[in-house]
Design a protein around this ligand. Structure first.
Ligand code: 5CA
Length: 448
């Protein structure tokens, strides 16, 4: 993409309504624009990161054997009356009446609708296990929407639902989700710690929230510092293996880590004092096992081996897709702007032309742009007739992890400059070598 042809409405001033750094940078970098309280338009740069995050989630869900689908945002109240949640959900549910005076609502989550789909089409234990998921907009009429996309009213969520014959099978689905979430967040450059939590309006006893530690987090958390040393890394897991998933769950949940809802001072006191931590965290996901809470009242049963109709055991599993942008920025920024982890960066690298209009500099930039594009990478080429300082400031603000700077002086010596946004370190090298380095970083093969 050439910046002169892109739509990047960068703000010079710091917006006064934004209280936390991720909100400020998302507004300043032209990623989002508020349309009303807690409701945002996703401008091209923000939309690009949203898609990157979504892609990672899809890849990891499919790796775990889960099946993507899509359900409507507007749903009939009738289904929610069946489960009893139409009344229970309270003011957070946006209720709508259609022209025929039918009660509708904007989905805050989708346990009822998925259970209805299941009961209409699945009748035998032979069709289990089954996990369906979607990435879809949700609406919760939060009393205090704030911090930009962190606590929106309209927000984008991955919600998955497992259907199993027995509690044991459903607990395996729970463990499998925990494992796949660890991998998902790590690919986004985040450490998200599973913590024992409270299930709220979703219900059930078994639930973990995934928290990213950040001073601006809305949850107070208590944990054993040893937990922050754990890495999932690139281990290969057989998601069908009960033992392997169980082992990962035990590894990542055996140390004390709880949100304030489930915190227990007496148990916490057993952690050696030097390892006890109290901090704040951003909840980027939550997994639930709630058994037959929805399947029983809604009659979602299957025939078991003996032909008896039994309600299925279920759980649901959410990732705050739009909130993740805020969480990643809270975890990765400096005073100049965002620092995107490579896994989610909107463009793979920036190209800054220090002397737009100079034949040699223009040609060298065009060549870099073509070579990177040919590798399937997306560079953002700042081809505006701006001062170098302004170009650097924009690149730093929008946070591309790598920048190639091209100027007549370097070109005389046959070099460009490759700069890491994270460390600020620069290196001079031949343009071809810069392309090769970028290719290496993103794991694509440079064509020789
Ligand atoms: N049905 C279950 C699992 S699919 C569910 O709704 N879980 S949840 O309530 O925990 O939501 C899932 C995730 O959505 C949360 O972990 C959080 O990251 C995100 N989320 C929840 N409310 C908001 C909000 N108002 N703004 C942005 N993200 C939110």
């Amino acid at each position: 993409m050439r910046l002169s042809r892109y739509f990047l409405p960068v703000l010079k001033e710091t917006p006064s309504e934004a209280q936390i750094v991720s909100h400020r940078y998302m507004l300043r970098a032209g990623m989002i624009k508020q349309s009303s309280a807690g409701i945002y338009s996703w401008l091209p740069l923000g939309f690009k990161v949203l898609r990157k995050i979504e892609d990672i989630i899809h890849e990891e869900q499919k790796r775990a054997g889960h099946i993507p689908m899509l359900m409507p945002t507007i749903q009939s109240a009738d289904l929610w009356r069946e489960s009893g949640r139409y009344d229970d959900y309270g003011e957070e549910m946006l209720r709508i009446r259609d022209r025929h005076d039918r009660d509708m609502l904007f989905t805050p989550t989708a346990e009822e609708l998925i259970t209805d789909i299941f009961r209409s089409h699945v009748g035998s234990y032979k069709d289990l296990p089954l996990t369906l998921y979607q990435i879809q907009w949700k609406f919760r009429d939060e009393i205090r929407p704030r911090f930009g996309v962190m606590r929106g009213r309209e927000f984008y969520m991955k919600d998955g639902y497992n259907f199993d014959l027995t509690k044991e099978d459903a607990l395996h689905a729970y463990n499998r989700h925990l494992v796949s979430y660890l991998r998902t967040y790590e690919r986004m450059g985040l450490q998200a710690i599973p913590m024992r939590a409270d299930s709220g309006p979703i219900g059930g006893d078994d639930t973990h929230e995934f928290l990213v530690l950040a001073e601006t987090g809305e949850s107070e958390v208590f944990y054993d510092s040893q937990i922050t040393e754990l890495k999932f890394g690139d281990r290969e897991i057989d998601y069908d293996s009960v033992e392997q998933c169980q082992a990962v769950l035990e590894e990542f949940t055996s140390r004390y880590a709880r949100t304030d809802e489930t915190h227990d001072e007496a148990v916490f006191a057993e952690v050696p004092e030097e390892r006890r931590r109290t901090a704040r965290g951003i909840e980027v996901g939550q997994i639930f096992y709630f058994g037959t809470k929805y399947s029983e009242p809604m009659g979602a049963t299957v025939a078991d081996k003996d032909g008896n109709q039994v309600p299925v055991h279920m759980g649901s599993h959410g990732i705050g897709v739009s909130r993740l942008l805020g969480a990643i920025i809270e975890a990765s920024h400096d005073d100049k702007g965002i620092i995107w982890p490579e896994g989610v960066t909107p463009f793979h690298c920036g190209i800054v032309n220090l002397k737009q209009g100079d034949d040699e500099a223009d040609a060298a930039c065009e060549k870099l742009y073509a070579a990177l594009s040919a590798l399937g990478l997306e560079p953002l080429y700042d081809d505006r007739s701006e001062r170098a300082g302004a170009k650097f400031a924009t690149m730093d603000l929008i946070g591309l992890p790598w920048r190639i700077t091209v100027g007549p002086r370097g070109l005389k010596n046959g070099v460009v400059e490759l700069t890491s946004r994270r460390t600020g370190e620069s290196e001079e090298l031949a343009p071809e070598a810069a392309v090769e380095r970028i290719a290496q970083i993103y794991g694509v093969a440079a064509k020789g």
